[in-house]
Design a protein around this ligand. Structure first.
Ligand SMILES: [Zn+2]
Length: 310
C-alpha cells in the first residue's frame, strides 16, 4: 500500500529531505468530543466565506466562538478550557522544536485478515482525509533541545483503533527508542482494538506491551499521555504502562464503556467515572496537564531525567 503522508509532509520532503516541516493545515474538528464532531468536520475548509460555518459552539459552555479563535488556542475553548480533539500533526507541531521532527520509517503493508468488506477503501479514504498513513504518527524530534521518540495517535483515523499497522508502528517506535537510548513519549487516543482485524488486533496488545517491558528493563523513560478518548485495548496495553502517566483534562479513559460496566455490575457509576480527574484521584494518572502546558511539562520531565544535558 502506498503511504499517503502528503498532507502532513510536503511531497518533496517524504523521500530524501531529513528534516520534515509540519504543515498547519489541520482542519478544526470542533466539538469532536461530542456528536457535533461530524458537523464540524464537514465544514473545515471549503466554506470559509460562509460565516455560519466559521462558528463553533463549545459543547461544554455552549458559547459561540469563531473556529479560527479556537484553532489559534490549540483547539481549546477560550472561555471554559474545553479540550477539543486535535489532529496528530497539529499536536506534534505544537510539542516539538521547530524543524526537528523526522518521521520513523515503518512501512506496513495493508492486510485484511478477515476479508472485511470495504475495509481497504475505508483506509484509503482516511489516508486521503487525514494525511496520515495510519492512526499513529511516530518520529524523533527535540523538545526544548532534548531528543525523544514521540508517537501521537489520531482519533480521526478509525477512532484511533489499533490494528496490525498501529501495533507495528508503536512497537517500532518503542524499539527505536530502546536502541538509541532515547526517552519515549506516546500520546494515546483510541477506541480500542480494531474490529476489522479481529484477533490480530488483540495480539497487538501483547506485542506493544512486550516491547515496552523490554524498553523498561533496559532503563528507558516512557511518558504516556492519555488524551480523549483512550479506551479498550490501548488502555489495557501500552497506554497504562508509562513510567509517568499524564492526561489532558476531562479525557475519557477506560477499558469498557460505562454502560457495559453498569449493566454488568448492576450499579450506577459515580460521577466523573473514567475521566482524567477521577483517575488522578484514584492514582492511575500522575498529573493532568492542559494542552498549553504540555510542552513545558514534558520538557521539564526530560530535563529531570537527562544524564548528560541537551
Ligand atoms: Zn467552552
Amino acid at each position: 500500500m502506498k503511504l499517503n503522508v502528503g498532507k502532513i509532509f510536503k511531497k518533496k520532503d517524504t523521500a530524501e529531505v531529513k528534516v520534515i516541516k509540519l504543515n498547519d493545515d489541520n482542519s478544526v474538528n470542533a466539538g469532536a468530543n461530542t456528536a457535533s464532531a461530524n458537523k464540524a468536520d464537514k465544514d473545515s475548509s471549503a466554506q470559509q466565506s460562509n460565516t455560519e460555518d466559521d462558528v463553533t459552539v463549545c459543547p461544554k459552555c455552549k458559547q459561540e466562538f469563531k473556529k479560527q479563535e479556537v484553532k489559534d488556542n490549540l483547539n481549546v475553548c477560550v472561555a471554559c478550557g474545553h479540550h477539543y480533539v486535535i489532529s496528530a500533526d497539529k499536536r506534534m507541531k505544537n510539542l516539538v522544536d521547530k524543524g526537528t521532527f523526522k518521521p520513523l520509517k515503518c512501512k506496513v503493508e495493508f492486510t485484511n485478515p478477515l476479508n472485511y468488506p470495504d475495509y481497504e477503501d475505508k483506509i484509503l479514504a482516511l489516508q486521503e482525509k487525514t494525511g496520515l498513513d495510519e492512526a499513529v504518527l511516530a518520529g524523533t524530534a527535540k523538545i526544548d533541545g532534548y531528543d525523544a521518540v514521540i508517537a501521537v495517535m489520531s482519533s480521526k483515523f478509525l477512532m484511533g483503533s489499533m490494528g496490525i499497522a498501529v501495533g507495528e508502528k508503536i512497537t517500532n517506535a518503542v524499539e527505536y527508542a530502546d536502541r538509541k537510548k532515547l526517552p519515549l513519549i506516546i500520546f494515546t487516543a483510541s477506541g480500542g482494538a480494531r474490529m476489522q482485524e479481529g484477533i490480530m488486533s488483540l495480539m497487538q496488545m501483547a506485542k506493544t506491551s512486550a516491547a515496552v517491558e523490554k524498553f523498561n528493563n533496559n532503563g528507558g523513560l516512557y511518558i504516556s499521555v492519555l488524551t480523549h478518548p483512550t479506551t479498550g485495548g490501548v488502555t489495557a496495553s501500552f497506554a497504562t504502562l508509562g513510567d509517568i502517566t499524564l492526561a489532558e483534562p476531562e479525557a475519557l479513559i477506560g477499558f469498557a464503556g460505562p454502560r457495559v460496566i453498569e449493566q454488568t455490575i448492576g450499579q450506577k457509576l459515580p460521577e466523573g467515572f473514567q475521566r482524567s480527574e477521577f483517575l488522578q484521584e484514584h492514582g492511575f494518572v500522575d498529573q493532568i496537564v492542559p494542552r498549553d502546558k504540555m510542552r513545558e511539562t514534558i520538557a521539564h520531565i526530560l530535563r529531570l531525567h537527562s544524564k548528560r544535558g541537551k
